[in-house]
Design a protein around this ligand. Structure first.
Ligand SMILES: [Zn+2]
Length: 283
């Protein structure tokens, strides 16, 4: 079977399996009460995913695996050198591609126009697995372009690119879960993978906490670059997610999500939208 087909099948099978697994986990042990019904959130955010997928395919007509196949024989790539063992090249590829996601995510918070685009993801008034789908098409195109560029430059093995892709799709749902692992499991797992309790801090309404915990799959880059935050200032129970001034039902509108990068940024004091309300904590 060609690599492109293996990628397509494995990606979408894992996408559906991870979504269902996290959905069951959230329904059994919800971390917080949501301000809108899950089916409404999932359908709206699912539509954003459809728009993003259509635009992304239209722009690039390629996937990470296809790009890695095209550049596999590059003379300049560092990760296609036969003197590095294959397993080592795959591990380096997974680490490199996760580092790229960390760097791209950080730039979306530090470059003015990119933040306007990325704030669509952060203006979700709640935090659950569907938040992972709430990404503006411009963000997808920019992030995918950077990802493809790094694959083209380093020429990592196709297997490493596929593993990185599958890890990322699982982590995108797991990391945004409206659920918490028990304490005995959360702490050790957080030293290896980004957990929901860790990533939820990044979605805090407190701006300083939005500059923390950028990691996609692994928490190591946050530790290395000193952007790691173990606990929010308000505590796990007191943490309020979203953006001040956008924590209301209008933020789930399709029109709003697609046009938000081009709207004037509101402030809590001067917001044309209802003021922030406290997120309810599930008992
Ligand atoms: Zn962010």
């Amino acid at each position: 079977m060609p690599w492109e087909r293996i990628e397509s099948y494995s990606y979408w099978i894992l996408f559906v399996a991870a979504f269902l697994a996290v959905a069951v986990w959230e329904s059994l042990r919800p971390r917080r009460e949501l301000s809108a019904p899950p089916e409404r959130r999932w359908s709206r955010h699912g539509l954003v995913l459809v728009v993003c997928t259509v635009i992304n395919v239209g722009v690039y007509r390629a996937s990470p695996v296809v790009v890695s196949i095209i550049f596999a024989g590059s003379r300049y790539g560092l990760l296609n050198k036969p003197w590095i063992p294959f397993a080592g090249r795959c591990i380096l590829a997974v680490l490199l591609l996760d580092l790229v996601k960390y760097a791209v995510h950080r730039s979306f918070h530090s470059v003015s126009f990119l933040w306007r685009v990325h704030r669509v993801h952060h203006s979700d008034p709640d935090f659950d697995l569907s938040t992972a789908l709430r990404v503006h098409p411009i963000e997808v195109v920019v992030a995918q372009g950077a990802y493809f560029a790094v694959i083209a430059i380093f020429a990592p093995p196709v297997m490493g690119v596929l593993i990185a892709e599958l890890l990322s799709v699982f982590e995108s749902f797991f990391g945004h879960a409206n659920a918490s692992l028990p304490g005995w499991a959360e702490k050790p797992l957080r030293s290896v993978f980004v957990t929901p309790d860790m990533h939820r801090i990044h979605h805090s309404e407190e701006v300083g906490e939005q500059y923390r915990n950028y990691g996609d799959c692994f928490p190591w880059w946050d530790h290395f670059f000193r952007t790691y935050l173990a606990e929010p200032a308000a505590g796990r129970e007191g943490l309020i997610v979203g953006l001040k001034g956008y924590q209301n039902d209008a933020s789930l509108g399709m029109g709003f999500m697609l046009t938000q990068p081009f709207l004037r940024e509101t402030t809590e004091a001067g917001s044309p939208i209802a003021p922030a309300k406290k997120a309810k904590v599930a008992s």
